[in-house]
Design a protein around this ligand. Structure first.
Ligand SMILES: *Cc1c(COP(=O)(O)O)cnc(C)c1O
Length: 353
């Protein structure tokens, strides 16, 4: 049975991306992608085109560099303060990932939590807070993968703005000029696991007084075209193919249109349902991770619905343990038909109960 992949990450990729990457693993100009030298001319071309596509699709202004490394978004939690935090940094606490980022920063200086929605189990994104003007940077998580909340606009910050965009990168047009660093793990919306991206404004680097280990210094990767050491070529190739796919179907405006269409369909079904209810505050609802539970009086049906939907091919819809219920991740590559199949399951289940 063909399954629909609603997993929060690693997650669904476009079929074109999987086909092209598989084909290159078997034959990349006569060798396998898995065995080629990253110093070969053929590979350099992939790196150059990936960099160019990143900049074109996101409309990245002059003065920014795209860094591709390993280590996941979790390593960025430490690389960001290592490179930017001299005295004080401000963080918006919107969930587990934001908290993990704060924990790492505390090893480098003072960390100010400007606001938190922890008391409400992160069901909304705080709006009223003051960013200290003397902070070295302000850190946000634009999409909270676990709780299904999302910041839908590029906010203004009086200090360097740093964003973890792991789970909503490339899902809408972004004003990159408002950010000092945008980073994320690639395995949600861009590529197979094993790759991390950082879009870095060059002029914010080199201002801290500490020694930065070579591999953790953004400047190392910028000046070596993300090939200071051996890069993860297969994940990068899958990112390259995703970028080509995004461009071919219409770029970020089209990604956003599709995301809105999918979300409208699924949130609509949740809102008019007798059994289900959404968990995130309406104005902060994520277009990427749609979280919902059974209403109190039907709570005992959750396990049964999970089993039912799974038997119909809905894969990865179990909610994160800190929210419970269900989470349908509807990333860029999710076709509308996939969401429709889940909605059909919900309707069928509701009829039977
Ligand atoms: C998945 C995720 C992470 C962690 O990414 P890793 O690459 O596994 O370290 C961090 N932040 C957000 C918002 C995520 O969704």
């Amino acid at each position: 049975m063909k399954k629909v992949n609603f997993s929060a990450g690693p997650s669904i990729l476009a079929p074109e991306v999987i086909q092209a990457t598989s084909a290159a693993c078997a034959d990349f100009n006569g060798l396998s992608l898995m065995e080629i030298s990253h110093r070969s001319k053929d590979w350099q071309k992939v790196m150059d085109e990936t960099d160019a596509l990143f900049k074109e699709i996101l409309n990245i202004p002059e003065g920014y560099s795209v860094v591709l490394v390993g280590g996941g978004a979790s390593l960025q939690f430490c690389m960001v303060p290592f490179n930017l935090l001299e005295k004080k940094a401000a963080y918006l606490n919107t969930g587990v990932w934001a908290k993990k980022a704060m924990k790492e920063a505390k090893g480098f200086g003072e960390v100010v939590e400007v606001a938190s929605s922890a008391d409400a189990n992160y069901t909304f994104i705080p709006k009223d807070y003051i960013i200290p003007a003397d902070a070295d940077y302000f850190h946000i998580t634009t999409n909270n993968t676990i709780y299904g909340t999302e910041l839908h606009t590029d906010i203004d910050s009086p200090v360097t703005l740093v964003a973890d965009m792991s789970s909503d990168i490339f899902s809408r047009p972004v004003d990159v000029s408002k950010y000092g660093i945008i980073y994320g793990g690639a395995q949600k919306n861009l590529a197979m696991a094993g790759l991390t991206f950082a879009i870095v404004k060059d002029e914010i680097l080199g201002k801290v007084s500490r020694y930065i280990p070579t591999m953790l210094d953004y400047r190392t990767h910028i000046s070596n075209g993300s090939m200071f050491n051996t890069p993860p070529v297969v994940p990068i190739y899958s990112a390259y193919q995703t970028l080509k796919w995004i461009k071919s179907v219409g770029g970020l405006p089209e990604m956003q249109r599709r995301a809105q269409e999918r979300a409208k369909l699924l949130y609509g079904a949740i809102d008019e349902s007798r059994l289900f209810i959404g968990t995130a505050a309406e104005e902060d609802r994520s277009l990427m991770n749609i979280c919902f539970v059974m209403k109190e009086e039907y709570k005992e049906l959750e396990a049964e619905f999970l089993e039912f939907a799974t038997s119909k091919g809905m894969s990865g819809i179990k909610g994160h343990r800190s929210v419970g219920g269900f989470r349908a991740s509807t990333y860029n590559a999710m076709p509308l038909e996939g969401v429709q199949a889940l909605v059909d399951c919900m309707h069928e289940f509701e009829k039977a109960h």
